[in-house]
Write a protein that binds this ligand. Structure first.
Ligand code: SAM
Length: 316
């Protein structure tokens, strides 16, 4: 399976934005010092679509039939990301929501602009009063959407699973207080009802690592939840093509899965490696699947034999 958190294409919202470049865009009509990502640039979505279409094609190429592709996004550009994934041939199965309550609202008051109007002070004050509490259309964002896409299975779900060991969901995984797994997930306590249905464990201070400088580290339990839902055994391979500080890879390692991570930034790769080293397989929570049991999924009538070294082989 592929679980990833790509750059969101919220242009100039990172630490590389340059005021001069920002000020020269045609969308620069708010406040000079504000990043352009807070303005509305139609090109961002189109660029994101085109770029993610190419990425998704490669993801489709490397997945087995029935393999899952989970990708995080932002509420604003989710539609472009999902259209790109959809258009490459994936089946869009669902949208997961990572719910939280704390985030910095970005909406701005218009008082700053009203002050600059060439109108009498009395009129300006009156306008300010009339627009008191009315702000720019940026609601406090309290969720991240995550698409659940699937490479088309070969034949029925059962046939596909027996051939490729992937394509079904593990409903032993529980969420909240022993509930059936859902597409809404929260990593922070909210209230009794929400926690009962959607809470997975809270991020632990140690899981990020004090050496980790990455700015958008995802909660480990969220990655574990998704990997646990979709991978059947320790033969499964988890790929994260935008690994950052390696949260997906740490989760895969803890669960005894194989993992592959890619990142363009060498510094992040070093951080990810260090993080991965600091975690062990958590066999109390994710017991290894016996090879024999796993092989039996593949073919109904096959026989298996244990060799002297303990290795299991199929007998013709
Ligand atoms: C949102 S972050 C991932 C954070 C990660 N989920 C974590 O928990 O640490 C996206 C990552 O994509 C990487 N990235 C951006 N463009 C890339 C590219 N073209 N190829 C590979 N990695 C890239 C960035 O360096 C960044 O670390």
């Amino acid at each position: 399976m592929v679980l990833t958190d790509p750059p969101y294409f919220l242009d100039k919202m990172d630490d590389r934005w340059d005021e001069k470049k920002v000020a020269s865009t045609k969308y620069h009509h708010v406040i000079k010092s504000l990043p352009a990502g807070m303005k509305f640039d139609r090109e961002q979505g189109k660029n994101f679509y085109e770029w993610y279409y190419k990425i998704s094609k490669q993801v489709l190429r490397v997945l087995k039939p029935g393999g899952f592709f989970f990708s995080f996004s932002s509420p604003r550009l989710y539609h472009r990301m999902v259209s790109a994934i959809d258009d490459t041939g994936f089946l869009i199965r669902d949208c997961f929501i990572w719910l939280y309550t704390q985030n910095q609202p970005k909406a701005m008051s218009l008082n700053h602009f009203i002050e600059k109007l060439n109108e009498d002070k009395e009129d300006r004050d009156d306008l300010k009063k009339q627009l008191n509490g009315w702000k720019t259309p940026q609601i406090k964002s309290c969720f991240e959407p995550i698409v659940m896409a699937q490479k088309e299975p070969q034949g029925t779900f059962l046939e596909n699973f027996r051939k490729f060991n992937v394509g079904l969901l593990n409903t032993h995984v529980k969420i909240g207080q022993d509930m059936f797994p859902s597409n809404v997930v929260s990593t922070n306590k909210i209230n009794e009802v929400v926690d009962k249905c959607f809470l997975i464990s809270k991020p632990d201070k140690k899981e990020k690592g004090d050496f980790n400088l990455h700015r958008t580290v995802k909660p480990l339990s969220l990655c574990e939840y998704i990997i646990n839902l979709t991978t059947y055994s320790d033969k499964a391979v988890v790929l994260d093509p935008f690994a950052g500080s390696g949260t997906t890879l740490v989760a895969a390692k803890k669960m005894g899965r194989k993992y592959v991570g890619i990142d363009i930034n060498k510094e992040y790769i070093e951080i990810a490696k260090r993080r991965i080293r600091s975690f062990e397989v958590d066999s109390s929570r994710y017991p290894a699947m016996s090879e024999e049991k796993q092989l039996r999924i593949f073919e109904k009538k096959a026989n298996y034999k244990r060799l002297s070294k303990g290795k299991i082989v199929k007998v013709a």
